[in-house]
Design a protein around this ligand. Sequence first.
Ligand code: UT7
Length: 309
Amino acid sequence: MTYSKIIGTGSYLPAKALTNYDLEKMVDTSHDWIVTRSGIVERHFAADNELTSDLALQASRRAIEAAGIKADEIDLIIVATTSPDMPFPSTACILQDKLGIRNGGAAFDMQAVCGGFVFALNTADLYIKGGQAKTVLVVGAEVLSRMLDWNDRTTCVLFGDGAGAVVLRASDKPGIVASKLHSDGQHRNMLKADPKVSMDGKAVFKFAVTVLSEVVEEVLEEQKMAGTDIDWLVPHQANIRIIEATAKKLGLGMDNVVVTVANHGNTSAASIPLALDTAVRDGRIKAGQNILLEAVGGGFTWGAVLIKW
Ligand code: UT7
């Protein structure tokens, strides 16, 4: 049986960091409100000349280096983003060029908002299992700061820019063992960018906790596993209270959850690979462990991926 194994991770946050105290000077808000309601302490914003593909490039270089491969070995690139450089070409094609890849491998973007990284990872896994790709670069990269409505304090304090990447390779040893994805377009107005971000925060909160618990259960049940078999939950980093509620439903203590939301806010498709890379590099995630990724986002889209590391 062929599996997709993550052989390298990387991430990148733009240099410019804005603390909650910085935001207090820009909008009618407070550090205490933001921390208590969301767990966010600071977020990073791309420089004026920095595009999503530039953030993706930095994260990808780090993942490729960690994987110990040459960029040219990558035969598929999937960039999960809701803030592409431009309507077309895809950010994935731009990234392919910036990485100097000239092997004719495929590259495309995936649009599932905050669910994007798990959608992209599942897609990459299917390409590998189907024999159509051997070495895949999956990136979550966002410059959401350009979509924020600075007159809406209920949303502008929550989001940030960043990128994370993983290199997947076909392997006969377990890697990705299960994935479940869902969408329900009926809820499309609960969270959208038209063209600026707007959200019914309370409704999103309730919906998120419900569907995340359901999809995580679905994956665990299929694998005949319990929540307590998970070594690390690596959730989409939108809000500490959603993360805590999901962990609790799983029967997991926060000691088994990777939380980075304080450092970068909600970076949409980039948040899971940012958290994953942090926990891989600081040694928390180790070979043989069960890692569960989960995310929910606008669309609505949601999903979970279970990995034997
Ligand atoms: O990837 C998925 C993306 N989204 C999410 O995960 C977000 C899900 N939702 C949430 O995280 C929460 O609903 C929020 C963090 C957005 C809001 O937290 P909440 O506890 O639901 O607060 P609320 O919307 O009920 O607002 C409470 C109060 C209101 O004042 P009143 O009406 O009680 O006087 C708001 O006007 O907080 C006020 N408020 C603020 N105060 C200071 C709203 N935004 C702010 C702000 N600073 N930035």
